[in-house]
Design a protein around this ligand. Sequence first.
Ligand SMILES: *Cc1c(COP(=O)(O)O)cnc(C)c1O
Length: 448
Amino acid sequence: MTQHDSDAIPQRRVLVTDIPGPRSKELASRRGRAVAQGVSSVTQVYVDDAAGAIVRDVDGNCLIDLGSGIAVTSIGHAVPAVVQAVGEQVARFTHTCFMVAPYEGYVAVCEELADLTPGGHEKRSALFNSGAEAVENAVKIARHATGRQAVAVFDHAYHGRTNLTMALTAKNFPYKDRFGPFAPEVYRAPMSYPLRDPEGMTGEQAAARAIDQLSVQVGADNLACVLIEPIQGEGGFVVPAPGFLPVLASWCAEHGIVFVADEIQSGFARTGAWFASEHEGVVPDLVTTAKGMAAGMPLAAVTGRAGLMDSVHPGGLGGTYGGNPVACAAALAAIRTMRELDLPAAARRIEAQVRPRLESMAKQHAAVADVRGLGAMLAIELASPDDLRPDAGAAQAVARTCHANGVIVLTCGTWGNVVRLLPPLVIGDELLEEGLDVLERAVTEVLR
Ligand SMILES: *Cc1c(COP(=O)(O)O)cnc(C)c1O
């Protein structure tokens, strides 16, 4: 088997044409005639190859990847251990359907999930294809186990694009607009959002605000689950004030409500711990995972307390492709690599390098209203210094300027005014520094 030679793509930013170059433009015009415009792309370059933290486009430009395909390729592109594991599995068998003829890889991934997710209790997992599917199944399990129907979610939440997960997602445009009607029995509570909450509001106070609203408007005894991203992803990398998550979790425990942590973006070493819930010692009843787990192969999971998970009758959970053997092989190799390279520590090193750079941008530009995040999940929020009016235009302009200069960054946020960084956790110091230099120049150019 030929192995991807990652030396073939030096870990350097190289621009040989304008971005996008002529071959990317050619593909864009073909795309326009074949691909539905509802599926859009953040950058205009078409990818030819990738390795480590570099994406090479079809014109030969090498871009620094500070997005990891939305927190997916946390161990970098084309990692030899994953390439080999996937190649071997493809050659053995690509599919039997776990519900028809099971195989070891699925079981081994569930063992890893039991080991890595927070809490030393007895756990079970079920595997799926996408994050949205995992979230849907977490809700199914919570409803089945409790015999209750109501689901609590938060402002700025993002949980996916299927019908139930659209209902769970907070932001209308582009995710929900004219796609209704949405699934019922979904209730939204206020999130802890330190930048925009009343000054001095603690996490405990923000939790009391949410709990009061849910108690009054829904009733604790009607709630099957409280579903929350410990650090919000698409909604703007909002980090709740300390105390918010633990108070919510203990309220859930008191009232028999299943506490579900959606760690699809924040999980698998991204925030400097294996899971973001750990930063506050929170042990969720159920955890949903996907993005960072399998190095880009589609795989997702619900992991949780054995009693909850096994309350569902045989045949109640599943799907044709869920826990596909190739995706499982990729996950096992990816997780092994994360352990070997101690990627939670790598994420903390990235934070130590990036945060001071972002803070210095905030010091120079009043419109950088906030620097937040944890580990290698960091962001700046751009807003008017007077009244915190969100400045989506500036965030989009910063991102576009970065792309034009060979650095992939993403935006996010309810108002689209947050520039977020999700570098591969294996990125070298110098390459990361170069990416940050480009970002800083873009911020200066846009906010000057
Ligand atoms: C991306 C994401 C999802 C949805 O995952 P898909 O694989 O895109 O369906 C759900 N929750 C969170 C927190 C996410 O970041």
